[in-house]
Design a protein around this ligand. Structure first.
Ligand SMILES: Cc1ncc(COP(=O)(O)O)c(C=O)c1O
Length: 400
């Protein structure tokens, strides 16, 4: 018998080597209790959370929790069916209406995860003879959507408008083209130059899809994302998003003004051939989305947190993913995986959780400590976080 696991040998070796060095498994942490969007108990210790995607701190919002409990009581624990059969409840229509209101768009389609939203929309609209032109640092769900639809993939250098333009100009003018971009790239926390990219895409006759997973709720005057910040929301064809970040639950969606959009409900396999979200989840999502429409103060505080953390880390001597804070993600660049894991563990021992990210998820083979801020981190907590980085950085030799 051929061992089908043989292909995983390099990953097994890397993991074993890391664990043999005595470091705690950075990918096996258990949250024993979660006290709030910013504090949990891990290994019996109070730990500040700086590695969640709870940007707007909605997970413990009393209205959100109450809506979930009410739906659980009134509609039960799950739908046990697809959206196109028995799985559309009034709550699914309500959350789609909340999304249409949030984005001021004509259509909204909710999926069971953001991963499935990318998988479904991309694979359904771009098929075998079409071209998908995408940033090389795109999220795995975007790449998987391309593979599922079997389209021709044309990657271009990260955030490089000229490279995108060149690729587009080389394609047959009559071919179907979809340009796929992200508002915020989640590894380094940098923004895409959407204004310029949308302009060159439209000039080449391409449709444009923007994944705003890491900007919804926070970036733009109404929290509609980088498309809003850069004034191109009316020029893009599809916005993809998730409920697993600022919205604070689970689920994914696509919003659009395309007049034929609704047909996707019948032809998009990752929408049709899976069970719909539980009623409690769509109720929490709808309540959260409506509250995010009126969260300007929280957005302002989150920007303050992001600026304070970025400046403080830089002052301590860490190398960061962006020159200026551009989003709620601040990435600290580590020299290698060993140092990164040691620093991650030292921070955990101090009482701070961050995300350790490594290739292939990261660009240019980087090891990163990704810090994602929450609108509910207090000024004092950001101060505590910086003290922990200083202590852990010195203990591991990452800073002097
Ligand atoms: C850019 C991007 N798109 C899509 C997703 C998938 O979202 P979900 O967690 O809802 O599956 C993620 C999740 O990390 C993401 O970062």
């Amino acid at each position: 018998m051929t061992d089908l696991f043989a292909k995983f040998a390099p990953q097994i070796e890397l993991r074993d080597g890391l664990l043999k060095s005595g470091v705690t498994d950075p990918f096996g942490l258990v949250m024993e209790r979660v006290e709030s969007p910013t504090v949990a108990i891990c290994n019996g210790k109070r730990t500040i959370l700086l590695g969640t995607y709870n940007y707007m701190g909605m997970t413990f919002d009393p209205d959100v929790v109450a809506a979930g409990k009410k739906a659980l009581d009134e509609f039960g624990s799950g739908t046990t069916g697809s959206r196109v059969l028995n799985g559309t409840y009034v709550g699914h229509k309500e959350v789609e209406q909340a999304l249409k209101d949030f984005y001021a768009m004509d259509h909204a389609m909710v999926f069971s995860t953001g991963y499935q939203a990318n998988l479904g929309i991309i694979s359904t609209i771009a098929g075998k003879d079409d071209y998908i032109i995408l940033d090389i640092d795109s999220h795995a769900s975007i790449y998987d959507g391309c593979a599922l639809g079997n389209a021709q993939i044309v990657p271009f250098r990260h955030n490089n408008v000229e490279a995108l333009d060149k690729r587009l100009k080389r394609l047959p003018p009559e071919a179907g083209k979809l340009v796929v971009l992200e508002g915020v790239y989640s590894m380094l926390g940098d923004l895409a130059p959407l204004k310029e990219m949308v302009a060159v895409s439209k000039a080449a006759g391409a449709m444009v899809l923007v994944d705003e997973a890491h900007s919804m709720g926070f970036i733009g005057e109404h929290g509609r994302g980088v498309v809003e910040l850069q004034g191109v929301i009316d020029d893009v064809d599809f916005i993809i998003g998730t409920f697993s970040k600022s919205v604070g639950t689970v689920g994914g969606f696509c919003v659009s003004n395309h007049p034929k959009f609704e047909i996707l409900r019948l032809v998009c396999r990752p929408y049709v051939f899976t069970a719909s979200l539980p009623p409690s989840v769509v109720a929490t999502a709808a309540t959260s989305i409506r509250k995010l429409m009126n969260s300007a103060d929280k957005r302002a505080h989150l920007w303050e947190n992001s600026k304070r953390l970025h400046a403080g880390l830089r002052q301590l001597g860490f190398t960061l993913g962006t020159e200026e804070p551009q989003s709620a993600i601040i990435a600290v660049i580590m020299p290698d995986l060993e140092k990164g894991a040691a620093m991650w563990e030292a921070l955990l021992n101090e009482g701070l959780y961050v995300n350790l990210a490594r290739p292939p998820a990261t660009p240019a083979n980087m090891t990163l400590l990704r810090c994602s801020l929450c609108a509910l981190h207090t000024e004092e907590q950001v101060g505590e976080i910086l003290s922990m980085f200083a202590a852990a950085g010195r203990a591991t030799g990452c800073i002097s």
